[in-house]
Design a protein around this ligand. Structure first.
Ligand code: BTN
Length: 247
């Protein structure tokens, strides 16, 4: 493998590319596991965040996991989320699609989900040893269950895409963001991530348990938590799962 490239392993079917990546890391202990990409044309048990399923029509979309070893501290692990969101945003922008990040790491186009990210980190002491970055991106699927509120590149652009070529473009975008992370360009990544966030300049509705309130994103703190400012001016910090944007 050349420097700055990925080794791609293709499968017709897997339960989940993230599950396969996890087993791959366990099986290759002490060997080079970094920069491997596991791609499946179909996942029988595709996993989403918060124990949700990831649904994707067979053969239509890209579902894959990248194993990376970015050599950062465990405390900085939200940077993996940030760079992954940015890689997808940059890739979509290059296709003429201006998408936004729904904190922490959903990618939306006109409030519909086009891509989801599931990151599973391995930590030893205060270091991140490896990270499995699972990505599902809707490429050619034309119909989705209404409750999924999803879209695809094909729907947006009214044209069929070659998935292999799109994967190559996404991986090129990933190499770029991974280098930002390896070179510790954290302030730049922070600014870029904040810029692409949905709700950074406008009051939107959020739900905390049964309470719905309007707020604007003030910032993202060093742990990746969301700092929301309500109309009253009151600011509050929310961790993952604590608050949800209502679309
Ligand atoms: C989410 O939005 O809830 C995250 C979805 C992540 C889906 C991808 S598809 C490839 C990888 N393998 C999985 O089982 N999940 C991730």
């Amino acid at each position: 493998m050349k420097k700055d490239q990925f080794d791609i392993i293709y499968f017709d079917n897997l339960d989940s590319t993230n599950n396969y990546a996890k087993k791959y890391i366990e099986k290759h202990e002490g060997k080079d596991i970094c920069n491997k990409v596991i791609v499946a044309d179909y996942q029988t048990k595709g996993r989403g965040s918060f124990e949700n399923k990831w649904q994707s029509e067979k053969g239509k979309n890209l579902t894959f996991s990248i194993i990376i070893c970015p050599e950062i501290f465990a405390k900085d692990q939200f940077y993996i989320s940030k760079i992954t969101s940015l890689a997808l945003i940059y890739y979509l922008e290059a296709q003429g699609i201006v998408a936004k990040i729904k904190w922490p790491n959903d990618i939306l186009f006109e409030n519909k989900k086009i891509s989801g990210i599931l990151i599973e980190n391995s930590i030893l002491g205060d270091s991140l040893t490896s990270s499995i970055v699972g990505i599902g991106i809707n490429i050619n699927q034309k119909k989705f269950d209404v409750d999924l509120n999803a879209t695809s590149i094909n729907i947006i652009k009214s044209s069929e895409y070659d998935k292999t070529k799109e994967l190559e473009k996404i991986l090129n975008s990933y190499i770029y963001v991974l280098n930002l992370c390896k070179n510790k360009r954290f302030e730049y990544i922070d600014r870029q991530y904040f810029n692409k966030l949905l709700g950074k300049r406008e009051f939107l509705k959020y739900r905390k348990e049964s309470l719905i309130f309007e707020a604007i994103i003030e910032d993202i703190d060093e742990y990746g938590r969301l700092i929301l400012k309500e109309r009253s001016g009151r600011k509050k910090i929310y961790g993952f799962k604590e608050v949800e944007l209502v679309l």
